[in-house]
Design a protein around this ligand. Structure first.
Ligand code: NDP
Length: 263
């Protein structure tokens, strides 16, 4: 039986084992997907081979270590500096980033007419989704609490602001890509700033999944269509699974089984 896993710390909360095992069972693959709590990210490669894994997903805080653990990394994952999917072929590890494309798919399935997007947050996930959104033709602006993490966005030519120098204007979509609201009740930006953004927006998305965050609750008061991070999670999983099974099953088949983990 082929073994797959998700590396993270913490990892107990992860939905990935349930999603992938649903799809493996449904599609008749002789495979098992487990979770691996990894304290030291620099040990990822060693632990991967010790356990004879054939593939893995990687979550917080090991996506950068995962990139270093691979023999080859695809150009998109390299450009955003983070790997969330590893596939083994022989003695080599190949790294990919499916988070960003997962977000793009979720946005496309939202079915709204969106041209301009403001992303709140400048962490690893913001980095990945901002690049893919710009490549897909959206106009992307980044706003972050502090200046430090904005530097790499600025260097890539994005419009970047801290809360202090941001003049909230009109954007079609507001995305919360911070971890505000994940384990507390905080908003990702000052309430007055959010009020200005949400009152002019067509929709909002929070990439946090499994709960209605304060950001989504506030968005609802402006009667906006909202979406949490569940679809992004689903689609990054489907895209990773496609790589695990080397094209033996279609995107739609995988999606149909994986979706059952969300019922
Ligand atoms: P990082 O730790 O790399 O970045 C966190 C960002 O959040 C930083 O920009 C930080 O700002 C900002 N931030 C944190 N707390 C606050 C706050 N109270 N107010 C304002 N800004 C805040 O995180 P990631 O990018 O890896 O992950 C972000 C979120 O995305 C997490 O909640 C994670 O669960 C979720 N996620 C969801 C996925 C899905 O499939 N749905 C996939 C991947 C991630 P500063 O620079 O000022 O510290």
């Amino acid at each position: 039986m082929k073994q797959f896993t998700i590396f993270g710390n913490p990892v107990a909360h992860s939905k990935s084992p349930c999603m992938h095992n649903m799809a493996f069972a449904g599609l008749g693959e002789d495979a098992l997907y487990t979770r691996t709590l990894l304290q030291d990210g620099s040990k990822l490669r060693e632990v991967f081979f010790e356990n004879n894994f054939m593939g893995a997903n990687v979550t917080v805080p090991h996506k950068e270590d995962a990139l270093r653990a691979c023999d080859e990394v695809d150009s998109f994952a390299k450009s955003v500096g983070a790997v969330n999917t590893i596939v083994r072929q022989g003695d080599k590890l190949y790294g990919y980033n499916t988070d960003a494309l997962g977000f793009l798919k979720a946005l496309q399935k939202f079915g709204l007419d969106i041209k301009s997007i403001v992303i709140l947050g400048a962490g690893g996930t913001a980095k990945a989704i901002s690049v893919i959104l710009r490549d897909a033709g959206y106009e992307v602006t980044i706003v972050n609490r502090s200046a430090g993490r904005l530097e790499s966005f600025k260097a890539q030519g994005f419009k970047t602001y801290t809360f202090e120098d941001f003049e909230a204007s009109s954007y079609d979509l507001v995305v919360n890509s911070t971890s505000a609201g994940l384990e507390d009740d905080s908003l990702p930006a000052p309430k007055e700033m959010l009020a200005k953004l949400l009152s002019k927006a067509k929709a909002s998305i929070d990439i946090i999944y499994g709960k209605e965050t304060p950001f989504l609750k506030l968005s609802k008061t402006y009667n906006l269509p909202i979406k949490d991070g569940s679809d992004m999670l689903l689609y990054q999983g489907v895209l990773a699974f496609e790589k695990f099974v080397e094209g033996r099953h279609s995107f739609e088949e995988i999606e149909a089984y994986m979706k059952r983990a969300f019922i």
